[in-house]
Design a protein around this ligand. Structure first.
Ligand code: UD1
Ligand code: UDP
Length: 374
């Protein structure tokens, strides 16, 4: 078999986490695949942390992030700069992941060059154009252009079938986020870094830690104000300790710091490296988040997730009761946190569930499929 050239394009923290194990798996199969790795640099500091930890070697680093840039600016830059890379590299396949602006516009650039597209984490849908915004349409556009859809779950595959995608192009694999998490847990067993040392100083065994993350564009403004006011109220309980690694998007950072800076029992910190974040998830009692990846990771660690959104493209966790949709209503967030804090039996039911998103074998399945069919 002729060696196939596989070109990965990613640009944000979660994409890098989820493609890292897959890149490694392809690289183990040098007789079949020649791997080229491109970062658009849609994220900067938050992406660098992941690239360092997983030791991903970049062939192209496009460095496209500028502070608070519009989606239009970013999209144009991705299309233009990827053309040069694709013209030069002429890959057999481009692999994209998920639903970011990098994902959608790398897919369009690949389509313009008539290169086959493979989509990892394919088929997630809310069927609501503006929620999450712009991710629902990013992944739908990507789905239209994709040649091979690697769907993480049966539900995701069903979503693609409902859009008349050919069933022979859909492969159910589990989510590579679990491959990354299991690698991460292994590497971090005896791992210490300055961030973990810092976290040890703010975490207390006498208090229940509530971990908070958030960044969704549809929560900007009122949504984040409600979330912060709920956190402020919860922090008055002396048995609770809130740790919040704040996303670097200024629309998030500014609101969060304005409402929560300097308050007792609330620790606003910078985004954590992946190993430090896993460490912190493991020490947490509850996670309050609007993140996609965190919804998928938390069940493997037995931590209940309260999802601060009105809908989710990850219904498997809600169905399995590892996650609960609480939206951004202040009172609903507070009452659901209090319910889990005061009701041990309810808590145990949630925290003992099996992870519905994968078993750590997704990357192997994708590479095996590409060996047989690519
Ligand atoms: C992006 C993705 C979102 C994904 C999220 C993961 C889009 C439209 N959004 O949202 O789907 O879930 O990443 O975190 O693709 N910034 C920094 N440093 C960083 C990263 C961001 O300063 O390392 C700031 C910059 O001012 C940047 C802004 O955040 O312009 C927004 O970044 P952007 O990638 O457009 O959106 P996110 O909210 O990060
Ligand atoms: N994460 C991290 N450091 C942090 C917060 C999150 O490494 O301070 C990881 C987390 O484990 C998950 C991913 O980043 O794998 C989620 O990223 P994010 O919430 O930004 O994006 P989403 O998953 O919603 O697209």
């Amino acid at each position: 078999m002729k060696t196939k050239k596989i070109l990965f394009v990613f640009g944000t923290r979660p994409e890098a986490i989820k493609v890292a194990p897959l890149i490694k798996e392809f690289q183990k199969n040098k007789q079949h695949f020649n791997v080229c790795v491109v970062s658009t640099g849609q994220h900067k500091e938050m992406l660098d942390q992941v690239i360092d930890f997983f030791d991903i070697k970049l062939d192209y680093e496009l460095k496209l992030m500028t502070p608070n840039q519009s989606l239009n600016q970013l999209s144009g830059k991705i299309l233009n700069s990827l053309k040069d890379v694709l013209d030069k590299e002429k890959p057999d396949y481009v692999f994209v992941h998920g639903d970011t602006t990098t994902t959608a516009f790398a897919s369009i650039a690949s389509f313009y060059n008539q290169i086959k597209i493979c989509h990892i984490e394919a088929g997630l849908r809310t069927f609501n154009k503006y929620s999450p915004f712009p991710e629902e349409i990013n992944r739908t556009i990507t789905g239209r252009l994709t040649d091979l859809h690697f769907a993480p779950t049966e539900q995701a595959a069903q979503n693609l079938l409902s859009e008349n995608i050919n069933k022979d192009s859909i492969i159910i694999t589990g989510n590579t986020v679990i491959d990354a998490l299991l690698d991460g847990i292994e590497i971090t067993k005896d791992y210490h870094d300055s961030q973990i040392s810092g976290l040890k100083k703010i975490i207390s065994n006498e208090k229940k830690t509530i971990l908070v993350t958030g960044h969704r564009r549809e929560n900007f403004g009122k949504g984040f104000e409600n979330i912060c006011n709920a956190i402020l109220e919860l922090s008055k309980n002396p048995n609770i300790n809130i740790v919040y690694p704040v996303h670097l998007n200024p629309n998030v950072k500014d609101t969060v710091h304005k409402i929560l800076s300097g308050k007792e029992n609330i620790h606003l910190i910078n985004p954590l490296s992946y190993p430090a974040f896993i460490w912190l998830m493991n020490k947490s009692y509850i996670i309050l988040t609007d993140s996609g990846g965190v919804q998928e990771e938390a069940p493997s660690l037995g931590i209940p997730v309260l999802v601060m959104r009105n809908n989710t493209e990850r219904p498997e966790g809600v169905k399995a009761k590892t996650a609960l949709l609480v939206g951004t209503n202040k009172n609903k967030i507070i009452s659901n946190v209090n319910n889990l804090i005061n009701n041990e039996s309810e808590y145990k039911k949630i925290s003992l569930k099996k992870n519905p998103y994968g078993d750590g074998m997704a990357s192997k399945k994708i590479v095996e499929y590409m060996k047989q069919n690519g």
